[in-house]
Design a protein around this ligand. Sequence first.
Ligand code: NAI
Ligand code: MG
Length: 485
Amino acid sequence: MAGKEKKESGLWEYSPAPESASIGKIAPKYGLFIDGKFIAPAKGRYFPSINPATEAKLSMIAEADAADVDKAVKAARKAFGSWSRLSASERGKYLYRIARMIQERAREFAVIETLDGGKPIRESRDIDIPLAAAHFFYYAGWADKLEYAFPNRKPKPIGVAGQIIPWNFPLLMAAWKIAPALAAGNTVVLKPAETTSLTALKLAELFSDCGLPPGVVNIVTGAGATGAALVNHKGIDKIAFTGSTDVGKIIQKAIAGTTKKSTLELGGKAANIIFEDATIDQAVEGIVNGIYFNQGHVCCAGSRLFVQESIHEEVVRKLKHRIKSLRVGDPMDKNTDVGAINSKAQLETIQKYVRLGKEEGAEIFQPSCNLPDKGFWCPPTLFTNVSQSHTIAREEIFGPVLAIQTFRTEAEVIAKANNTPFGLSAGVWTDKGSKIFNLTSKLRAGVVWANTYNKFDPVSPFGGYKESGFGREGGLHGILPYVQF
Ligand code: NAI
Ligand code: MG
């Protein structure tokens, strides 16, 4: 029915926009997406985005400075007037249209996500891109129901949101940030991470193609200095940040004493807890998914494994056997389980932790892998003989590295699991519902999975305690940071 008006549920007329000439293509160079147009950065500076699996250059990305950020914030401010006054159901229609167009272009997004970031194509195709569309669908539904969501409280948008996202789930994090902001009537200036700007820029093309009014979403690319310029801009009403705890602290200091609101999604060091009554083979799959999914570049990765003493030997044996079968290599191969490490810098960080693990006396296991000559690679790694005081058990590694400890009793594992400055997520594997309830109420973690791991859905809120940040994304909770009463 392309080009024809198509009735959707009797609610509105949906006519697919004409296909953009840029579909399926990575341009050699990308400008900044400001006020609905791609423009050159004021200083004319660009930096390369590479494929971490081959080290080949994919494109040149504009580096925005404070003057460019200022332009983007002004465009967002100007657009805020009419966008916030638009009827809520009209705003919802734009979000539905964005969601559909992401689905229509899912293959393109998946390929670019994998080329630019190194994650296995199976994950971009089956998880990242469908979930990004799902977030737009979900928040599209809330747009005209906010009065019901917050009864008698007259929710109003906040204004211009500055959003800074990391490189581990580039398009998905953009969706997590943009969808609730727009649904509530805010406008956005988004800064993607410097190693993975491409899918956000493709999303900018999609915004143009779907007729989203200019200035409603602006995308400024660049590294930390660009992010800092956004944080410090006086015209920003709210900062939403996902990234390292260190930068989260810098942002908190920078906005202290201003009226800017903030939500911070920071690091994690999740406990994944396996009781002796768990279904062991299923738990082993859960451990693998918990730490080796997306090369362990996951803030909620199950990086601290706690195994009940009686089954330690069996679990470690089965786990070693299982990780020998993981395929490490070309992210574009549909059979790949573990792709490339996102950047050289991140690989060096991971290697530093692997060295520290050995130096501090833990015992390492890595299957032998045929790794490509070029690119950044780390085989799936596990450490046994780990104690609470080891660096690899305390700090976020953000790589495919698992630290295994044991426990005897429920009380002991709760104490050990909570003995961390982080509090983002946890996993519990047991046959007993009572144990699940006991642990979910005592673990100080924003998300606790039971007999599963790394499952995401736009309906359920996500966020941390302690140094893992504050504020929630997803669900109705995810709209709260974008409204005022
Ligand atoms: P990062 O926190 O520096 O980068 C995240 C985002 O913040 C990027 O878009 C970056 O350009 C921006 N940024 C950097 N400095 C900024 C500043 N001063 N003001 C505003 N924005 C700024 O994280 P990085 O260096 O890429 O990774 C380092 C470690 O951080 C990782 O090893 C991992 O442990 C952790 N991390 C955690 C993430 C999470 O989802 N919890 C995501 C990314 C990194
Ligand atoms: Mg890249």
